[in-house]
Design a binder for this molecule. Structure first.
Ligand code: CMC
Length: 441
């Protein structure tokens, strides 16, 4: 029996005794305490010593890795990146600084910040041949479909940064992904509306440059509103990382086989697309439009409570947060001020959303299940006011989350205990049986 205590972090505080009542065998499992969060039972010896697997569909009680990047306390509504609270980062930092923090573990000093910004700006253009790659898509393709395809195709364009065993190539791939994802996202949008692609402008800041590529046209290159650029940057910060969610776990699992980073991020984008995850911001706006007016809210709440109706209140509930999502709180605050700055008064969807939140908050069903607004509840209203079509909402989420995926992918590759992810199962199919020839069936 191997002592695996050397290969996992967190102090072992005590053991958990597992007794197999069928055989009388006992096993002492080490219990580890991380810096924050619940204790973790290290079950790796459960199968080798007792021949037992664990069963946890949806990973509701399973830690899939050790990580130093992001911490969430769902009961308290706390989100920390490398120990810094999301509210403070949203207020005082900017997106590229948060990217540096997620990737390297500390806030950059002045020289590091300048150097990082310079490096990212040097990678913003995409290979010119990628422009022709876009023309293969139908004009009415969903921009997320384009994102999955084009980001995956980056592995065909940037061969010199696909060797995952070379730390330099890993770093170049990270920088390329962070720098090029806004260019690709803006191109997906431009393609869908039939406008010419805009080249990046490296004197602009990250969010500003993205808004320039999205909303400017070659015949009229207007300055980007600083209010919008700040709002965009804040939205990027709020979506930058979120621990081991579905898309991040997808990226880690894809990467565990040794797949190149561009392919892994494309897998993450595919996973994010679903309405239970990043696609929820698009679904929230569609739902608010469908509700239409405040007097119809009770009807939709009734549907949400009905177990036989698949309808769910989009933008409500979270696997981890059983309290107000701290990102939603920041967004709710900025939505007001941005709409004000944009001169949008009495935005009907915002009024409807506020009323929906109020009524749901007083509803016993939502109270009992601790269903609060999540990050997607307010982001759609803000993005719509900024001029984005609904179909771009999840693309913006993917753009911002790319850094989180890369930081987590990089951490996994550099983790000495890393091995290919290979979950097992509880098999309930047919037991072994003899093959039946066709004429005897
Ligand atoms: N509307 C109505 N009922 C809900 C909702 C909702 N939005 N969310 C959860 N419930 C109910 C659910 O029916 C269940 O009730 P019961 O115990 O009676 O069977 C209970 O609450 C627990 O729900 P669950 O499905 O077991 O919870 P989960 O952790 O598996 O699901 C979730 C989390 C986010 C998928 C779910 O809350 C949901 O579908 N929300 C709407 C979609 C959404 O807004 N997603 C964005 C998540 S935040 C952004 C991101 O991280 O991607």
């Amino acid at each position: 029996m191997n002592d695996m205590s050397e290969t996992a972090g967190g102090a072992t505080t005590h053991t958990l005794t597992v007794t197999d009542n069928a055989t009388g065998q006992r096993l002492e499992l080490p219990v580890r305490q991380g810096t924050e969060g619940p204790r973790v039972a290290d079950i790796r010896r459960l199968y080798s010593d007792l021949g037992i697997f664990t069963y946890d569909p949806g990973f509701t009680a399973t830690g899939s890795c050790e990580s130093k990047i992001t911490f969430i306390d769902g009961d308290e509504g706390v989100l920390l990146h490398r120990g810094y609270a999301i509210e403070e980062l949203a207020e005082h930092s900017d997106f590229l600084e948060v990217c540096f923090l997620l990737l390297y573990g500390h806030l950059p000093d002045k020289a590091e910040k300048e150097d990082f910004e310079q490096t990212i700006s040097m990678h913003t253009m995409v290979h010119e041949q990628m422009r022709t790659f876009f023309s293969g898509f139908r004009r009415d393709a969903h921009p997320m479909a384009i994102m999955v395809g084009v980001v995956g195709a980056m592995s065909a364009f940037y061969h010199d940064s696909t060797d995952i065993d070379d730390p330099y190539q890993r770093m170049v791939a990270s920088h390329r992904l962070i720098a090029k994802i806004p260019t690709i996202a803006a191109m997906a949008y431009k393609y869908s509306i039939g406008q010419p692609f805009m080249y990046p402008r490296n004197e602009l800041r990250y969010a500003e440059n993205f808004l320039h590529m999205t909303f400017n046209v070659p015949c009229e290159d207007k300055p980007v509103s600083p209010v919008l650029a700040r709002a965009m940057d804040r939205i990027f910060i709020l979506h930058a990382d979120h621990e081991q969610n579905a898309s991040t776990s997808t990226v880690r699992l894809a990467g565990s086989s040794g797949a190149n980073p561009f392919a892994c991020i494309a897998a993450g984008i595919a996973s994010l697309w679903g309405p239970a995850h990043g696609g929820a911001n698009e679904a929230v706006l569609n739902m608010l439009r469908e509700i239409g007016s405040k007097d119809r809210i009770p009807e939709f709440l009734k549907r949400a409570r009905d177990r036989d109706d698949p309808f769910r209140l989009m933008g409500f509930g979270h696997r981890v947060y059983k309290n107000y999502d701290p990102r939603a709180a920041v967004l709710k605050k900025s939505t007001d001020s941005v709409l004000d700055e944009l001169g949008v008064r009495n935005e009907p969807l915002l009024e409807l959303a506020l009323e929906l939140e109020r009524i749901a908050g007083e509803d016993e069903y939502f109270q009992q299940r601790k269903l609060f607004p999540n990050v997607d509840f307010y982001s759609g209203i803000l993005l719509q006011a900024m001029g984005f079509p609904t179909s771009m909402f999840t693309v913006l989420f993917a753009l911002a989350r790319t850094v989180g995926w890369i930081a987590q992918w990089k951490e996994m590759i550099e983790d000495p205990v890393q091995k290919i992810g290979r979950p097992r199962q509880l098999y309930t199919g047919e037991a072994r049986r003899p093959f039946v020839p066709l004429d005897e069936r």
